[in-house]
Design a protein around this ligand. Structure first.
Ligand SMILES: Nc1nc2c(ncn2[C@@H]2O[C@H](COP(=O)(O)OP(=O)(O)O)[C@@H](O)[C@H]2O)c(=O)[nH]1
Ligand SMILES: [Mg+2]
Length: 408
């Protein structure tokens, strides 16, 4: 057991102020002693905290009651205090635990210690378990679940079995494949941002309402109605997307300071986009593309959308810059062409053929190690990197895992 168990650590496992109840976890060799010093059972019998027992009582600070709680003993040195979720109560109890000698930690750190000491889980399994509660999509959740024993965990085991010296180039090819999918994997787990841009009146706000299934944005015939950007979350196919509607970009409507500011904001929002949908009015014979638009979009994925396809087509696509010629016809007003649009969004973001059972790279720590492994020059170096990637015990593993843990 690692040396760190000699101290007692406490963390709030539940989100701040989001629930009626909160769960505080206490872990360490002095945890039982600490619980006895702050907990008074309602029972007239002295509190015995054997593994599996749950007691009702109060947390008190030198005789003054803070809250009515239940205390569950999960193991000799592991306790859960279930108190009321009011952030002030949570803070008071945590502060009391700290005064009585506990070290306060973020939940993720305490769980990492716990799983390393007790479950002897591999780094990949710990990372997957920590990120799982934050996964934004069903496929993202299934992907993470699969990495715990299959997926990346299994790939690392197979690399360890085959040993890098057998075929380093083949192993490095597999690394490249994992790294090539890291952005789509990030979108599936953490969600992504799609920005609607284009000239005024092309139907951006109508498309936002159509995709998000609600009237989040105001739709009118008046040019320049959308001045502030509006964002709305929605599920599109397998993705969780924040869709952002922007003010139309028109080089001719910059008379008002407000319009100028709105257009500058649009350009700023574009820089946050994982994908830009450039919405064009297919029923007009010409479109004005703002000169800064394509420049700002730069290398970001771009998908042209030819809206108002319920009206007679007048747009001559041959006159558009070549990157805008192939696009998806939709009628945002009539909800037509939306399924094809969503399929194209998924394809543009690269999430199309990702199967829940694929091995994936899903944290910055993994990405950094895979990048090094991809260019490792000797099999000894590669083997050391593989060991660090899938750490499953050992005295140094925890130190390497903790500071670099985090989403991509
Ligand atoms: N016929 C037709 N009209 C549309 C469509 N989408 C939007 N419009 C109309 O076009 C006008 C401008 O739409 P809006 O969404 O406010 O455009 P935005 O300035 O790009 O946000 C409104 O009158 C909409 O009802 C469409 O698919 N077909
Ligand atoms: Mg608008």
């Amino acid at each position: 057991m690692s040396e760190s168990v000699s101290e007692t650590r406490a963390a709030v496992l539940t989100g701040k102020g989001t629930a009626a109840l909160a769960t505080l976890q206490l872990y360490g060799s002095h945890a039982a002693q600490l619980i006895h010093s702050v907990f008074r059972s309602v029972s007239s019998q002295p509190a015995t905290l054997d593994p599996g027992s749950i007691l009702l009582g109060t947390i008190h600070d030198d005789g003054q009651s803070i809250d009515q709680v239940t205390v569950g003993c999960e193991d000799r040195n592991l306790f859960a205090i279930h108190c009321h979720g009011n952030p002030l109560i949570v803070e008071q109890i945590m502060e009391l635990l700290q005064r009585r000698g506990a070290t306060l930690l973020p939940a993720e750190q305490l769980l990492t210690d716990l799983w390393m000491d007790r479950g002897r889980l591999s780094a990949i399994a710990i990372e997957a378990k920590l990120i799982l509660p934050r996964a934004m999509t069903l496929l993202g959740t299934r992907l993470l679940h699969h990495q715990i024993e299959g997926g990346l965990s299994r790939k690392i085991t197979s690399w360890q079995e085959r040993r890098a010296r057998d075929d380093l180039p083949a192993l490095q090819g597999e690394c490249r494949e994992l790294l090539a999918q890291r952005l789509p994997v990030k979108y599936l787990i953490h969600g992504c941002t799609v920005v609607l841009a284009g000239p005024p009146n092309s139907g951006k706000s109508t498309l936002l309402n159509c995709l998000c299934g609600q009237d989040a944005a105001v739709v009118t015939d008046v040019q320049g109605t959308t001045r502030d950007w509006i964002e709305s979350p929605c599920h599109l196919g397998s993705l969780y997307v924040t869709v952002i509607d922007t003010a139309g970009l028109d080089p001719e409507i910059i008379d008002h300071a407000i319009d100028r500011q709105a257009q500058e904001q649009t350009l700023a929002v574009l820089k946050r986009a994982d994908l830009v949908l450039l919405v064009l009015d297919n029923s007009r014979s010409s479109v004005k593309i703002h000169p800064s638009l394509l420049e700002t979009i730069g290398q970001r994925p771009l998908l042209p959308v030819f809206n108002k396809s319920d009206l007679p087509p007048r747009l001559d696509r041959g006159k558009l810059p070549c990157e805008l010629r192939g696009g998806i016809p939709v009628s945002a007003r009539n909800n037509e062409g939306v399924a094809a649009l969503i399929a194209n969004i998924e394809a543009e973001l690269g999430v199309k053929g990702i199967d829940a059972k694929t091995a994936v790279c899903f944290t910055e720590r993994q990405e950094a190690l895979l990048l090094q492994l991809q260019s490792a020059e000797s099999s000894d170096e590669a083997e050391e990197l593989i060991r660090r990637l899938g750490w499953d015990g050992g005295d140094d593993g925890g130190d390497r895992l903790r500071p670099t843990l985090g989403p991509l």
